[in-house]
Design a protein around this ligand. Sequence first.
Ligand code: GLC
Length: 463
Amino acid sequence: MRSPMPYPPAPVIPDMSADLWNSASSVLDVNWSDDHMVPSRRLYPHQWSWDAAFIAIGLAYVNPSRAWRDLRSLFEAQWPDGRVPHIVFDPRTAEGDYFPGPGFWNVPAYNGRAARGSTGLVQPPLHAIAAWEVYRRAAAHGAAAAHEAGDELRWLYPRLVAQQEYLSRRRDAAGEGLASIVHPWESGLDNSPSWDTAMAAVPADMGLLTRYTRRDLEVADASHRPLDIDYARYLGLVLNYRDGGYSDTALVQRHDFVVECPSFNAILAAAELALVHIAEVVGADAEVHRERAQRITAAISKHLWDPATRTFRSRDVRTRMLSPARCVNGLVPLILPDLPDHQAAAIMAEAASERFGLPEATGLPVPSYDRTATDFDTLRYWRGPIWININWLLRRGMLVHGYRGEAEDLRMAMIRLIHRSGHYEYFHPVTGEGIGAPTFSWTAALSLDLLADRSVPAYARAA
Ligand code: GLC
């Protein structure tokens, strides 16, 4: 087989910024659906949780009212226990247009919202960061927008706190200050090799795939999507949670998959830092959030760090073993300003190594998995391809720790890639070709932010 062409260096395109800005804005127009944004019309025709956060960050530049509306419609579906569902279903979308849909999840009715269902899982809690970013851009849109932003922030604050408390209290399966995920989908990195060891112990009832039909294979290429055996395990994990009423007592006894993910927990801690700023605006206690951020950071630094390889890994709470796979989620703790210097430097070394190859070596943003691993897969979703949201977080981490030159190179690599290939869901890690959904909302939204914002996050370490 012919090996794929390596990614060519980008020609200088003077109108690159204007082109990209316009194409990104039009993707966000097309994917707006009444009161929320869909990630992509065909593949993901509902509202997804962490997508809404990435999307709000970009929408803040072109339509702040929609950014707030999107966050609000997500939090209107928050459960009484504080969990923010990973998908909020649009009742106008037919059950057959997405699987697993509301009928499969069968969540209990709450807040009188039985008509518009949701899932019972969560996703990384990036929303406080998004709310803060939308708020701080509001002034640029005039007095009315600034007023709206204050009102929205006050509405969101107690809900964001409830979301954090659900994750920190109800999901601390190991009792060591980290939130566990009970399904790979909760990480947002669905089929990452980070879960392989833990997933190998999860029973795979292949009969589930005869009873239920995968809809993703009808609308996407099977070579890009998770394997059937993984999918059978995904469905089994959901059915088990559902049959237990989505209860979070006795997590380790109840679930076959209980894992601490470094990027999920880094986002949990960074959200507390965003809440410090939000609390100051709404007149709440900011100190409590600062302390929580420090505690979570210290727990990541202690429990998810592998001193032998100097990398962060996911940890299987059932066995207390770190995953052997070197995945991109291990780079995300860089967003935390209180991460010890030696660990931040180790993340930068890992990112620059041949495993991930920062743009200096490849011209491309980092892939989702170790390029040198024998099972590195250039097409299959989170097992190799490049994703913009994770690179956006990594760039933010570089800014937080003062790696300004690397952050700028990564910003330019992302902009060049999206300009050249389009607002795709993910990208081939060798050729840079776009793969998956072609008009993907978070890629579009984050390209607006990458074009517009070169500032350093407010909670960056002092230079
Ligand atoms: C896929 C991604 C997940 C995302 C969802 C909707 O499942 O893995 O991170 O939230 O699509 O875009």
